[in-house]
Structures are given as C-alpha cells and as structure tokens.
Design a protein around this ligand. Structure first.
Ligand SMILES: Nc1ncnc2c1ncn2[C@@H]1O[C@H](COP(=O)(O)OP(=O)(O)OP(=O)(O)O)[C@@H](O)[C@H]1O
Ligand SMILES: [Mg+2]
Length: 368
C-alpha cells in the first residue's frame, strides 16, 4: 500500500532548490533531498504532511521517544541510531522518516525495497550519501536476501562489501560509507527477518489514531487548505477516518469539494453527513469493500473461518491489500477475527450489517 510514496520527490514549500542528487541511485528510483528540502511524496499528500515534530499530532509514545533520540543525536553531532517503523498504511511512517531528517538537519534519501533489485543498486545509493544522511527504505519486508546481507554490514560497520573481478581472480574489498541513519518502514513486521530487526537500535510501532487526534489533524489540514470547518463536522469526519490520518485528509478534501460545489463553501455537519453517504462511507468509517469482505464471510462462508486467500479472491482484491489495508481496521473495530483456521466475522459484524446468525446449526446459515 505504500504505493508511489517513497520514490517520487518534488520540492516542498520553503525548499531552497530542487534535489540535485542524480546518480546510479536514480536508476533504483531513489532520490536525495538535501538538508532543509522537503519530501512531498504524493503531491496530494505533500502539502499536508507535517515537516516538524511539533506538527505531528498523536502517537504520543512515538513522538516523545523520537524527540529524545533526535535531541541526543543532534547535541552529540552524530547520526541517529537506525530506526524501524511498523504500522498499517497511512499512519505516518514516511512522515516520521522525513521529520527525523529535517529535525536532525540531515540529508534525506528515499527508496523502496522492491526498487533495489541488485546489490549494486544499494551500493550505488550508499556510495552517494553524506555523513548523517537519513536513508529511508520503504516496504523493507520486501528486501532481497543478497541486498539484506549487504545492508547488515553497512548498518553495523558502515562499510560495503564489494566484489571486484570475476571467477578465480575475484576478490572482495571493503569500502567505507559515511555514518548514516537507516529508517526502515513496513506494514508487515512479521515478514522482516530477525537478524535485520535486531540491527535497528530504535523500533517504533504506530497505532490507529483516536477520535480527538484525528479531529486535530483535520483542523490543522483544514487550516492549511483554507477550508472553514465546523467543530462537529470535524468530529464526524474523524469518526469515519478509520483511525488513519491519510483517510482523514482524503475525506476532508472531498468534503471541501462538496461544500464548495453544493453549499456555501463552509464544511458543516450536514455537508459531511451527505458527503459520506454519497461516498458510501458508513458510521464506522467502513467503505464498500469493507462491507463486502464482511458480507462475503457471512453469506458465502457461513461466517467463517475462511482462508485469507479465498476471501481475497471472493472480493476481487489482492491478499496484500486485504491484509494490509482492510483487515487491521476491521479487527480494530471488533468486526473481524484472525484465527489459525482463517477469518471469522464477529457478532458485531452481523449487527453492523443488519444480518442474523442462525444458532444451533453447524453450518451457521443465515436468516434473512
Ligand atoms: N501524525 C500525523 N499528524 C498529521 N498528519 C499526519 C500524521 N501522520 C500522517 N499524516 C498525514 O497522513 C499522510 C500519510 O502519512 P504517511 O505517508 O507518512 O503514511 P505511511 O505510514 O508512510 O503510509 P504507507 O504505509 O502507505 O507508506 C501524510 O501525508 C500526512 O499528511
Ligand atoms: Mg509511506
């Protein structure tokens, strides 16, 4: 789900100039931003992405810990320890990586594990970084083994193992690399090897945002977008944002459109109520696919358990999207359970969809 962010960089407001780092690294879809320049990622998200730690709302533990580690590294004039970020899509991993670089006054280098095909791709990037650079690898669970091996040495010894020559004449030389901070992000911590995780000095886990945290993100974003928003409208948008800032910002933008075209331009509770209905977002923030997942488990598989693969096929989605994007929030809402035998719809899911579970029947067929 990390999609295009992580590999596209444009210049943000206040940046001194366009990133100029072109190198072999460009062929691996990585980009270098000099200290003080901003990573916008997706242009839609860019303007709303917090640049500094104090603009980053919620995730108190992440913020508090990070501020200590940044402050300590900054006062020693050293690179910060390697940082591992875990959490569902849209909760702020890329944002935190960029904030770390900016707060440290360091360059920011971005790539994504699938873009690193050969060890030379990684070597190309590491040979262009400067001292204290924050090097962000998105989707780090998708690193190839040979690249992971190379990264171990770079992370621990700040050296690169490089093979020169071929066959019997081949020999390995160790090339020093500047002391950098690796920031690895993943939505699937379970798929990252333990040798890799153990090389990160700092591990931060993101959790879904609370209603009040999302409301303050919406207020901040509305201020940046110049969209007048009533307080009760902000709270309603927060309720329907799946605990996720990216979704909150997306809903805010759409409501701004509705308010502009169909209303006075002001985002009121009535505008949000109508807008959510038009977008097919319900009171829990579920979208069409969320409801399809639940109704498929209930109607096609007797409420479960059903394997993730079968479920993904039945709703026409990839298993990655099912597991990374849809399931965490459904589980968080208490609508879905992951069991060793497969996915199960809970009583709350039946109630939310207005369906009844037939009791006393092994098949758990439905009564409509
Ligand atoms: N704590 C926050 N405060 C304010 N806005 C936030 C916060 N976290 C995220 N956002 C907003 O949400 C958007 C998505 O965040 P980000 O790109 O950092 O998520 P991510 O965890 O990297 O997602 P993915 O796994 O899909 O790459 C950002 O552009 C930013 O505008
Ligand atoms: Mg990201």
């Amino acid at each position: 789900m990390t999609g295009s962010d992580g590999i596209v960089i444009t210049r943000g407001p206040g940046a001194a100039g366009r990133a100029s780092g072109s190198s072999a690294a460009d062929s691996t879809a990585s980009r270098l931003l000099r200290a003080g320049e901003y990573y916008d990622g997706d242009a839609q998200e860019g303007s709303l992405r917090p640049r500094l730690l104090h603009e980053f709302q919620g995730q108190k533990d992440v913020r508090d810990n990070l501020s200590v580690f940044i402050e300590a590294a900054r006062s020693r004039g050293e690179s910060m320890d390697h940082l591992f970020l875990i959490g569902p899509p849209g909760l702020g991993k890329t944002t935190v990586a960029q904030i770390a670089a900016h707060e440290l006054g360091a360059d920011f280098k971005v790539t994504s594990a699938p873009a690193l095909e050969k060890p030379k791709d990684l070597a190309g990037i590491l040979s262009t970084i400067t001292e204290r650079t924050v090097f962000f690898i998105d989707e780090i669970h998708r690193l190839k083994p040979a690249i992971e091996e190379m990264l171990y040495i770079a992370m621990e010894d700040f050296e690169l193992d490089w093979v020169i020559g071929q066959g019997a004449a081949a020999r390995t030389v160790r090339i020093p690399v500047p002391r950098f901070t690796l920031v690895g992000a993943t939505t699937k911590a379970g798929m990252v090897s333990s040798p890799l995780i153990s090389r990160f000095g700092i591990v931060l886990r993101f959790s879904f945002y609370s209603r009040s945290e999302l409301a303050s993100i919406i207020r901040r974003s509305a201020g940046i977008l110049g969209a007048q928003t009533d307080e009760d409208a902000a709270l309603l948008m927060a309720d329907c944002s799946r605990g996720t800032p990216r979704v909150a910002n997306r809903i805010l933008r759409r409501m701004r459109d509705f308010a502009q075209v169909a209303g006075s331009g002001r985002i009121t509770r009535a505008v949000v109520e109508q807008g959510l209905e038009r977008l097919g977002i319900d009171s829990l923030g579920l979208e069409r696919y969320d409801r399809e997942i639940l109704s498929s488990i209930i109607q096609n598989f007797g409420g479960g358990p059903v394997g993730a693969e079968t479920l993904a096929i039945s709703i026409g989605e990839s298993i990655d999207t099912l597991e990374d994007y849809y399931e965490p929030y459904l589980i968080q809402c208490g609508l879905l359970q992951r069991t060793p035998r497969g996915r199960v719809a809970t009583d709350k899911a039946y109630a939310h969809l207005g369906l009844q579970r037939r009791t006393g029947n092994a098949d758990e067929r439905l009564l409509f």
